[in-house]
Design a protein around this ligand. Structure first.
Ligand SMILES: Nc1ncnc2c1ncn2[C@@H]1O[C@H](COP(=O)(O)OP(=O)(O)O)[C@@H](O)[C@H]1O
Ligand SMILES: [Mg+2]
Length: 268
């Protein structure tokens, strides 16, 4: 069977003085229709990995494919939600929501119809004609997620999609995302800092080391679904959480990680 996401010996070095080795020989394979999470410290190359898979960044070495197609240097093959929301300030909420679908060739009327149905689920109904600047941080993030969902692609890449949401909204989104994913069967790769979020949502969790990002553990999550915040207190969940923490511990020095200056990042 074709893998949903396949990465082989992926290495990426950002040019500069000194150059930054962001990913070092990463290989992984996510079967079609499965939900994968990628967890790692800040700077471990998580966003770099997703940008390679989205065809936006050409890696120094290695191969990457989604749904059996090589994706290096080929943008447009996946639904991608970058870490920054990239909403267009001159488009109203509904027009922002349909943007990805329109670019992917979905007729405008159909994209609007599908977006309107999802507005309520995403807690955005009533704001269809608002401007992005009138939304709260959480609403902007939900809008960016909605836009990503509307792109008709078999693989969904989500870069810390719930980071700006309060805990209650985040739990609602977890329930909702599991339900949508169960119904539409797409392969998902979700990047998160939050171990519990990874274990509530994913079938498999990949743990990356501190920079340069290397795969240090692959942890299967065989817990029944749907999973809720209540499941985080079960012995099986706590045991998995301990395994993730141990894997991270093995690579995390005791001192506080140094913050990455935001100026080092380029636009995705
Ligand atoms: N455009 C860039 N130029 C130079 N260094 C970069 C660039 N983008 C990311 N980096 C560096 O590469 C490393 C990995 O970054 P990133 O993939 O954003 O990590 P994560 O998403 O895991 O926090 C970091 O040290 C970061 O500073
Ligand atoms: Mg990142």
């Amino acid at each position: 069977m074709t893998a949903g996401i396949s990465v082989q010996h992926l290495t990426h070095r950002f040019a500069g003085a000194p150059p930054v080795l962001a990913l070092d020989g990463l290989s992984l394979e996510v079967p079609q229709g499965r939900f994968a999470a990628v967890v790692g410290p800040s700077g471990s190359g998580k966003s770099t990995l997703l940008r390679v898979l989205a065809g936006l960044l050409r890696p120094s070495e290695g191969r990457a494919a989604v749904d059996g197609h090589e994706v290096i240097g080929e943008p447009g093959g996946v639904s991608f939600m970058p870490q920054r929301d990239l909403l267009l300030p001159w488009r109203r909420v509904l027009a922002n929501a349909t943007l990805g679908a329109e670019i992917a060739g979905v007729p405008r009327a159909e994209a609007h119809e599908r977006a309107e149905v999802l507005m309520e689920r995403f807690g955005l109904s009533g704001f269809e004609q608002a401007w992005p600047s009138q939304l709260s941080g959480g609403m902007r993030q939900r809008l960016a997620l909605l836009r990503t969902f509307l792109m008709p692609r078999p693989v969904l890449l989500l870069d810390e999609p719930f980071g700006a949401l309060d805990a209650i909204t985040r739990r609602e989104m977890h329930a909702w995302l599991q339900e949508v994913w169960r119904r539409d069967g797409r392969t998902v790769m979700l990047v998160t800092h939050d171990i519990e979020e990874a274990l509530v949502l994913a079938d498999v969790v990949y743990i990356l080391s501190r920079r340069p990002g290397r795969l240090v553990a692959t942890i299967d999550v065989p817990l029944p679904r749907p999973r809720t915040a209540r499941d985080t207190t079960t012995p099986a969940f706590v045991e998995l959480k301990a395994r993730v923490l141990d894997a991270l511990e093995g690579v995390t020095p005791p001192e506080e990680p140094r913050a990455v200056p935001s100026g080092q990042r380029s636009a995705p």
